[in-house]
Ligand binder design. Sequence first.
Ligand SMILES: [Cu+2]
Length: 494
Amino acid sequence: MKTNNNDSVHSKPPMTEPLESQSDSKSRITRRAVLGVGLATATGAGATGYAATRYLRAESAPESQEHPESTDGDPDQQYHLTATIGELDVAPGETIETWLYNDQYPGPELRVEEGERVQITVENDLPEETSVHWHGMALKDANEMDGVPGVTQPPIEPSDEFVYEFDVAPTGTHWYHSHVGLQLDRGLLGPLIVEEADPHVEYDREHTIVLDEYLASEPEVTSEGMGMMGGFPGAPPYDGTLVNGKLPSEPDTLTVMEGERVRLRFLNAGSATTYRVAIAGHPMEITHADGPGVEPVEVDGFDIGMGERFDAIITANEPGTWEIQVHPLGEEAPAGRATLQYEETDDEEPRDELSGSQLLDYSDLRAVDSLDQYDGSPDYTIDLDLSSGGMMGGGDEDEWTINGQAYPDADPLRIEEGEHVQVQVTNHSPMRHPMHLHGHHFEVDGALQDTVTVPGHMGQRTLNFVADNPGDWFFHCHNLYHMETGMVRVFEYD
Ligand SMILES: [Cu+2]
């Protein structure tokens, strides 16, 4: 696993930078616990790592509790999230006021076991309405828990609350976040981990690694210029890259012990940035994509789009202190990093030599679960063209469109229950678009994902899903600024 590449996290990105651009940035964080009603208690919200030992684990549900009615049996876990204005320390001497869940950033890690039912009360202490989406959850027979205001529920008004309850599935690394306006880019997000009863890979320890932009100002839609291409609606310029809420000047430290296999759950919670991730000195086995397992594939790095998750297992056989490097792709924002620290070694400036240059490609991913239901001809096919309003002629330059329409002035996509639906997405713009489908995983290139990045410049992806969960389901770009300016459709079926 040795290294021949000397890129540092503070210099240019490792490996080859694609000729593509996209804007990003962001900010957030907090603390001032507002915990719920003797239920789940956020623990260990200290300034150190965001390790498995620090996750927020709910108490077992009390026998009797005043919390809202459950419709399908009693919940196994209960949590309380309060959305508040709070403060976030991103580095020594650098604190910003932003919006947080339970005064923490990232928000408390909700951790449940395969097969469980969870109830989460969301209290709104913000000055405006909000809602929470459970990104990656199938929400079987629970479309009304999907958290999309105006589509699946009324927004949660200030000083009000909403009780979400659903069966957790599929297993793996997921997350939750606000689904109102640009609130995600303020810091209203957190991991949602569904532990497998019987993982298809072995490991001794795990850490969750949340990637995000640092935005010291309030989020607002701006114009991302592409030179001759003119402007597109996009994110404001970001001020840095946060890894578990920390800027690189005081990185989060993830501890390992020599000889261990360590599962790292990477989540790109950014609003507008694709990141390139590598761990100095350590190749990775990619073992899960967007939750479900994949056949392990060894790489030295991977690109991760907004909303995507990759789990990677490393073998800790290179004692020392190493950098986990997180480079914004096509962005001018400074890179981020965390530190991989072997327990028996002294703290020292982390080493930055990469293990190699092999990057993950989607086509490397092979689902562990059966893909039989996606075999054969689709019952329904639809082509979706991604573009800006200005590019297609006659449109609005301030909009991003799907087939020329900008949500909410966009037709719903009607499908029928039981159909095998095939969606061919073509990207007519120069920017990447990470397309996310609510309530379903889809087959793409042999893997099961809920978010897939469609490359710019006529990049294409073909997604297959089975309409097995009636409701109104958002399908949208997970670049928050693209979603906010129209790149959304709704799949509808009863
Ligand atoms: Cu987009």
